[in-house]
Design a protein around this ligand. Structure first.
Ligand code: CP
Ligand code: NVA
Length: 312
């Protein structure tokens, strides 16, 4: 099997590598819970560059590398000045001489790709405007802990954003069943959707778009939603609240999916895309998902940094 240098999109990774990551994540979770040591990356250093706020991604990567025996260095955007103080290429080349890997959360997806192209170390996408692959891996782990991916229907309701695109790509790669319910104006980026259709043709995955949320959630095993206004879209907030109102995940919508468990990547905008009673209710798996960020990313760190050459 061949793992790419970087973890920027699940579309770049062979399906069998993604499956192996999920199996290893489950094993790392068992070791962690039994408090058995798993310091597989001693002495490795992970740089972390975040242009947007974060709780889960930042803490789980920093805790994750520490639990694997390494350490993290936080970089501040204004301190580094990528593209202003120093070019993307030079930042990547410098980091490659000192540390073993880089996690980057950026607005522009092309910036993460640019860092990866110039770095000899692995670059991991900690969320861009386009994709959130680490989230999708944690979500897949959360689902397969309960039911095989090809035996469950996951229905994503809301904005066809970075999280939706990564879920569709991952489910398509792994042969899962995913239905996406968004307004026609806010479907998943066609570039990713068409890529997912190609994967689905090979894997047997079923991906479909159903505009009306009540119809989409019929028969769902999992109902997933994310914010209507992603980081960087704040100026569109009011227009988005109007547009997406019919897509709120609430008790009324879930009556059409009586068996469904509820997923959300967090942070939630309570009272917008999801009501508090649903988020805090018995069907909710949101904190299992959040926990699984740690274990999924430790598997990704092992597979990427474990293979990486030491800095010169
Ligand atoms: N789900 C997620 O990525 O959370 P943060 O933005 O807090 O990292
Ligand atoms: N779609 C959200 C996800 C946050 C984890 C955003 O990009 O803000």
């Amino acid at each position: 099997m061949n793992a790419p240098k970087d973890f920027i999109s699940v579309a770049d990774w062979p399906a069998e590598e993604l499956q192996a990551l999920l199996r290893r994540a489950a094993e790392l979770k068992r070791l962690h819970r039994k408090r058995e040591g798993h310091a597989t990356l001693p002495g490795r250093t992970l740089a972390m560059y975040f242009e947007k706020p974060s709780l889960r991604t930042q803490v789980t990567f920093e805790a994750g590398i520490a639990q694997l025996g390494g350490q993290a260095i936080q970089l501040r955007r204004e301190q580094v000045g990528i593209g202003t103080r120093e070019s993307v290429e030079d930042v990547a080349r410098n980091l490659s001489r000192w540390v073993h890997g880089l996690v980057a959360r950026t607005y522009d997806h092309a910036l993460v790709e640019g860092l990866a192209a110039s770095a000899t170390i692995p670059v991991i996408n900690g969320l861009t405007d386009a994709l959130h692959p680490c989230q999708a891996m944690a979500d897949a782990l959360t689902v397969v802990e309960r039911v095989p991916l090809d035996e469950a229907t996951l229905v994503y309701v809301g904005d066809g954003n970075n999280v939706a695109a990564s879920l569709v790509l991952l489910w398509a790669q792994l042969g899962g069943r995913i239905r996406v319910s968004t307004p026609a104006s806010h479907r998943v980026d066609p570039v990713y959707w068409e890529r997912a259709e190609v994967f689905a043709a090979a894997s047997g995955a079923r991906i479909e778009w159903v505009e009306v949320p009540e119809a989409a959630v019929d028969g769902a095993d999992f109902v997933y939603t994310d914010v209507w206004t992603s980081m960087g879209q704040e100026e569109e907030g009011e227009a988005r609240r109007q547009l997406f109102r019919p897509y709120q995940v609430n008790e009324a919508l879930l009556r059409a999916a009586p068996e469904a468990r509820v997923l959300h990547c967090l942070p939630a905008h309570r009272g917008e895309e999801i009501t508090s009673d649903v988020l805090d209710g018995a069907r909710s798996l949101v904190f299992d998902q959040a926990e699984n960020r740690l274990h999924a990313q430790k598997a990704i760190l092992e597979r990427t940094l474990g293979e990486a050459p030491a800095p010169l």
